[in-house]
Every structure is written in C-alpha cells, then in structure tokens.
Design a protein around this ligand. Structure first.
Ligand code: NDP
Length: 504
C-alpha cells in the first residue's frame, strides 16, 4: 500500500557551524532612531523570527509593553510543540494537545495586535543598523525588512539517520511525525527509533493506532526525562522495547517499506530483520542556526550562544527557545526565554531611543507619526475600498447615517489613530465593505476626533456601555446596537459576525 505523508524531509538543513568569536555583545554605533524612523517609517522596532512557544510568548510580552511586533511564523506556525498530541507539563494544564497550547498563544498574540506572517527568514545582515532581514513567503516571493532589533526563536530541525532507504522511502513508510502520519498505520506494525522524550511521545501515540510498536533504542535503555511516561509506554501491551539496537538500512519493495535491517551496538553484528509497515524517527534535532553563520556566535554544537541574559553576541539581537537551549528544550523554558528576550528587547529599544520617539516625547516624531498613521491606513487599502468606509465626524453626520441605515446593517469601526491593532484592522474592514457593498454600510469613528464625542454616539445608538477599548466594532440595526466586539479579527470572523446579526 502506498503511503502519502505530509511531513517533509529537510536533509539540506544540516548544521554547518557558525560563530563570531567574541564574548560581549557587539555594540553598535550610536544611532539616531528618530532620524532613522523619519527617513524610513517602515522600519520595525522588533521582528520575532519564529512562531513557536518562544516567539509567541515574546510577541505577547512586547505587545503588552506597547511595542509593535511583526512575527515571522514560517509556513507552519506553532513550532515543535504543535507536533505533540499530549503535553502534560505545561503549567496549569493536566493534559492537552500541543497545538491547543500554541493556538491559544497565537490567538492571544493576535488579539494583542501581533502581525503574524507565514514568512521565513532567508538571510540577515547584522552589520548595519537597522538590521536587514531577507524573508520569503510561501509562494517564494522575497522581500527585505529593516528592524531595530530582533528575537530569534527558530527552534531546531529533526535529525535523520542518513542510512540506505531513508530518502527513498520518506513519505512511503518513513516519517518523523506520528501525529501527522500515524493514522495511515491503523492495525499495522511500526517502529520508533530513539530513546528520548520524543520517542516516548511518538510510541505512546502510535500504540493507540497501530497493531504493534517496536521502540529501537541504541543504548541500554531509554534516556527520556519523563520517567512516568517511560513507565506508561513500557506497560502498553502492544509496545516492545529493543535495546542496543540500531537501524542499518530501510528496505522495501520499491513502493513502500517492508522491513528494517538491524545491528547490535554492543556486538556490532547484524540482528534479525524486523518486518514493519512504518518507521518513525525520534532521534533529536539540530538548531536552525545555519543562516547566522559568521555573524552571531554559536557554541560548539551549533546552538546560539547567549552573552547577557537572552542577548546574543550582537547587541539588539536576542534568542529564545530551543535554538539557544542544547539541554532542557521544554515548552515552559522556551516560553520563559521568550518573555526575557522581549523584556530585554524593550530595554534595548528604550536605550536607543525608540520608545521615547514612539511615545511622542519628541514633537517631531509625534508629528511624523500622526501623518504616517493616517497614511498607513490609506496606503494599505485601495482607494475604491477606502471610499466605501464613511467617516463619522459629527453627531449630525451620525444621525443622518443612522437614519439612512434604517433598513440595513450599519457597522462602525471605533478606532484611535495611535492604535496599532486599529491600523491593522482598517484594510480588513475596508475589504469587507467591498464584499458587502450595497448590502451593509461601513463607517469609522476616530475616538481622538474632538468634533464628536464617542459617548454621545454610543448613547445615540442605545448603548450605555462606555467604549474602553479600541478597536471596537458596533453592529447597528434600526438605530440600535445589536452586537458589539472589542477585538482585532480576521476578515472571515468579521464577515461571520455580520452574517450572525441577520437574525437580530
Ligand atoms: P533527545 O536528543 O533527547 O533524544 C534523542 C534520542 O535519539 C536518544 O535516545 C538518542 O540516543 C537517539 N538517537 C540519536 N541519534 C540516533 C541514531 N542515529 N540512531 C539511533 N538513535 C539515535 O531528543 P528528543 O527529541 O527526544 O528530545 C529533545 C528535547 O525535547 C529533550 O530535552 C526532551 O526532554 C524535550 N522533549 C520534551 C517533551 C515533553 O513532553 N516534555 C516531548 C519531547 C521532547 P542516545 O541516548 O544514545 O544519544
């Protein structure tokens, strides 16, 4: 039977070494951030590279500190934890699929205003400030992003055996992700290679699907740190551990894998072949540091070296999670490193003057950002869509609009010109206006606009509840608020809310 699997082999990602042999962060020349931002308003204060636990936690902390944050999540945000079907050591949760944890962090980051893009880092230039990142989207389109600082949270890539048959049968019986491919082996015989925590997780998952699971450990026993899990897996009736055993070749019939050639690590002799239908590798991983070769210091095993807290050998560049953690590699430690990296990045931005500039302590910056924010709102949406979103700039205008929308839904985006999530919602809102043209009226009201009091407006539409958060969306039918949402959302979610008000 032909097995079509969804995981991908990244043999080309083997570590090649990196390193700048310096022990203190390389201090950048003093930079005039205000001048830089004035010259190029697209410069990001911080880019988080990686959408796993470490990156998402960093994003949440940055946004709570009011630092706008772009997250390059790669094609599969969620990171390594998303591969685990059962996580039992995340604080406060007895047992949850990894993806539930990463999804909740992603949702939290998005609600806080994070811009999470499915882009991957291709190269980085740390020799100039701002740093220049070259990134690539899923279609292969490349662009450069300039940033004052960044947090590298790119994790590790699973290792491969490098034995005959591995590449030939990859996706045809060989995999490194039981959650992705395990279902293909219902009532069949599979083997897991490795004796670490990942191997235990994979074996336990596969045991609930496959007829039998062999766990092939090259040492005298499993070295997984979760001893309770080891005990649990060993107790399963359809799991057999084989120690001092390595796979020397993966054999098949040209289409799918049929058996493994095994060897004894103690006697260095061949063992009897093992007939199997599927093989799952759980043999550790290699840090994704190849890109940083010759720019950022790494340790002898290729993990990013930390110089001061989470700061790397380059001032303004921080690291978090498995990419700088050769030993522990736990979700909770990745999260904690993400937090520390974010706080240090904020401290760095304060030091170089970004935060002062952004907070408006410099009048010149305030004036520039006022112009730019409005410009950004208009640049990000086509003029045709923009024109569909009406502006409520007086109580009289509001009254007229409500009257005109007696027989149709009116959706009002209550925003503030300084609010980053509001800026991000603006093009989504305009795009929805285009989709619902002639069916729904879309309008925006700026809470900073002195010509209209937002409280007066909400009372006008029958709501006594104050607006305490932006963006807030009011869905108004027959002059009354029928639904209110105070959060950023996707276009699909906004459309779903519009649809949901039809019955009201
Ligand atoms: P590990 O590096 O911990 O374990 C790798 C295993 O694969 C070891 O048993 C190793 O053997 C074996 N191995 C390596 N290369 C080969 C090879 N060529 N042939 C045969 N066997 C090989 O990796 P994991 O992915 O298991 O774990 C990484 C980290 O993530 C750990 O710190 C772990 O605790 C953590 N983790 C935590 C989880 C949790 O739920 N809490 C889940 C998964 C991982 P040997 O011992 O001989 O070197």
């Amino acid at each position: 039977m032909k097995k079509y699997m969804i995981s991908v082999l990244f043999l080309s990602l083997f570590f090649t070494g990196c390193g700048e042999k310096k022990d203190a962060p390389v201090t950048k020349q003093t930079i005039d951030v205000a001048a830089l931002l004035k010259q190029d308003p697209s410069i990001e204060p911080v880019v988080v590279i990686g959408g796993g636990i470490a990156g998402l936690t960093a994003a949440n902390y940055l946004l709570q500190a009011n630092v706008p944050c772009l997250v390059l999540g790669g094609p599969k945000p969620g990171g390594a934890l998303a591969q685990s079907d059962s996580v039992r050591n995340w604080p406060g949760i007895f047992d949850a699929p990894g993806v539930a944890i990463t999804d909740s962090l992603k949702d939290q980051a998005e609600r806080n205003g994070a811009q999470i893009e499915a882009k991957s880092l291709i190269s980085i230039d740390t020799k100039q400030q701002p740093f220049v990142l070259t990134v690539q989207d899923e279609s292969g389109r490349q662009e450069t992003i300039k940033t004052l600082s960044c947090i590298i949270a790119m994790g590790t890539t699973p290792n491969y055996l490098g034995i005959p048959g591995e590449q030939e049968y990859w996706g045809y019986g060989v995999s490194n992700c039981a959650v992705c491919d395990g279902a293909l082996f219902k009532n069949e015989i599979v083997a897991v290679v490795g004796g670490g925590d990942s191997a235990m997780v994979e074996a336990s998952y596969l045991a609930s699907i496959a007829k039998h699971v062999f766990v092939l450990v090259r040492g005298d026993g499993p070295r997984a740190s979760d001893k309770r899990k080891v005990k649990q897996v060993k107790a399963l009736p359809n799991v057999t551990f084989m120690y001092n055993t390595v796979v020397s070749a993966i054999r098949g019939d040209g289409k799918v894998i049929t058996h493994l050639e095994l060897a004894d690590t103690k006697s260095e002799t061949a063992k009897q072949n093992l007939d199997i239908d599927g093989l799952f590798l759980a043999i550790g991983s290699t840090p994704n540091t190849k890109i940083f070769t010759d720019q950022i210091k790494c340790d002898a095993t290729g993990y990013l070296s930390l110089v001061k807290g989470q700061e790397t050998s380059i001032e303004g560049i921080f690291a978090a999670g498995d990419i700088c953690d050769p030993f522990v590699k736990q979700a909770v430690t990745a999260s904690s490193m993400g937090c520390q990296a974010a706080l240090q990045a904020k401290e760095y931005l304060d030091k170089i003057g970004y935060s002062a500039a952004a907070a408006g302590l410099s009048q010149a910056i305030v004036e520039r950002s006022l112009v730019d924010v409005e410009k950004l709102r208009s640049e990000k949406m086509p003029a045709s869509a923009q024109a569909l979103v009406l502006t409520i700039d007086s109580l009289e205008a509001a009254k007229t609009l409500i009257k005109e929308c007696r027989n149709r839904l009116l959706v009002v985006d209550i925003y503030d010109k300084y609010c980053i999530p509001c800026q991000k919602m603006a093009p989504i809102f305009a795009s929805c206006a285009q989709d619902y043209v002639s069916k729904v009226t879309f309008a925006k009201l700026n809470v900073s606009d002195k010509s209209i009091d937002v409280g007066q407006f909400t009372r006008l539409v029958g709501s006594s509840e104050e607006i305490t958060q932006v963006p807030t969306f009011l869905f108004i039918r027959k002059g009354k608020v029928v639904l209110r949402k105070s959060e950023s959302m996707t276009k699909e979610a906004l459309a779903a809310l519009i649809e949901s008000t039809k019955a009201k």
